[in-house]
Ligand binder design. Structure first.
Ligand code: GUN
Length: 302
């Protein structure tokens, strides 16, 4: 059997068209567009490419966008002052500080300074708490977990009563997606297990997963024999394992590999996300949706 491919690139286009349509309607009715600022500190190449893509996507959707790049040696106090400025800026609905930050800056302090009502990354403790409560309390789910849940829903995978196993316990992916899948509601109602580096028998847990979500950051960690036949496999890993020549431009680009042995896994799973082109494109898409949501909350039209 060959698994159905859950293509993030296709789902992204569906959702971006929905957002674009809504942005036009709101602009006509209320004379407002969503405003997003990205704050990038330093020149980490991966961060530059993520932020550039975020701004490009926001622009394509008709958002008001600001790309605020700061030098690697920016003082923490200056960064806090910048966040304060955008917290007060009426035209800005979403503030995104690209992570990781340089070592001299306290990441927690920076994230906690963002107004929770503009925290479109969903990393502020207030939004983490809201996510834990679930239901109507949730304002901004973090973007990668929100993208994963959306892919599962749009692929038509049954989640109610399903055994979901999450590999990885990060604050950005593992813990929030586990929390989201256990809630009452569509695309959830699952029985959830989180496994991590100290788990005794990783393989045994993975083998009983109806939905296996892997966010470990270890290339090829999940072996084909760990996959339950017919299950849904979501691979969040984006590991740079070398370089390859781009077919489009002829330039050298990073060679990406997921946390799952894709070629073997696709012969066993019922559905699977590829790397690249799976979960990756969904993260930016959900950031756009959160920024639109933020404007809608402000206008009272949610
Ligand atoms: N760095 C890697 N992933 C993310 C993300 O989702 N948000 C931000 N702000 N930084 C990141």
């Amino acid at each position: 059997m060959t698994a159905k491919l859950i293509k993030g690139t296709e789902i992204r286009e569906e959702i971006l068209s929905e957002i674009e349509k809504e942005v036009k309607e709101i602009k006509e009715k209320h004379g407002k567009v969503p405003g997003l600022v990205t704050i990038l500190v330093g020149e980490n190449p991966a961060s530059i490419s993520y932020v550039t893509l975020k701004i490009k996507t926001a622009d394509r959707l008709g958002f008001h966008e600001i790309q605020d790049n700061q030098p690697a040696d920016v003082a923490e106090a200056d960064l806090l002052a910048l966040i304060d400025k955008y917290n007060k800026d009426e035209a800005i609905n979403g503030i995104l500080v690209q992570l990781p930050l340089p070592k001299h800056i306290d990441e927690k302090k920076i994230l906690n300074a963002i107004d929770p009502d503009k925290d479109v990354d969903g990393f502020h403790p207030v939004n983490v708490g809201r996510l834990m409560i679930g239901g109507d309390e949730v304002k901004f789910a973090p973007c990668t977990p929100a993208g994963i849940q959306e892919m599962i829903i749009r692929a038509g995978v049954e989640t109610s009563g399903a055994e979901v196993v999450v590999v990885g316990r990060s604050n950005i992916v593992g813990k929030p997606i586990a929390n989201m899948m256990v809630q009452k509601g569509p695309g959830a109602n699952s029985t959830v297990t989180i496994v991590h580096t100290r788990t005794k028998d990783l393989a045994a847990h993975c083998k009983r997963a109806d939905i296996l979500i892997v966010a470990a950051g270890v290339p090829g960690l999940v072996k084909p024999e760990w996959i339950k036949p017919g299950s849904c496999v979501i691979d969040v890993g984006v590991n740079r394992v070398g370089e390859k020549k781009s077919e489009k431009t002829g330039k050298m680009i990073p060679l990406l590999k997921g946390d799952v042995d894709f070629d073997a896994a696709k012969e066993i799973a019922g559905s699977i996300t590829p790397v690249p082109g799976g979960v990756g494109p969904m993260t930016i898409t959900m950031l756009m949706r959160n920024t639109l949501k933020s404007l809608k909350y402000k206008l009272g039209i949610q």
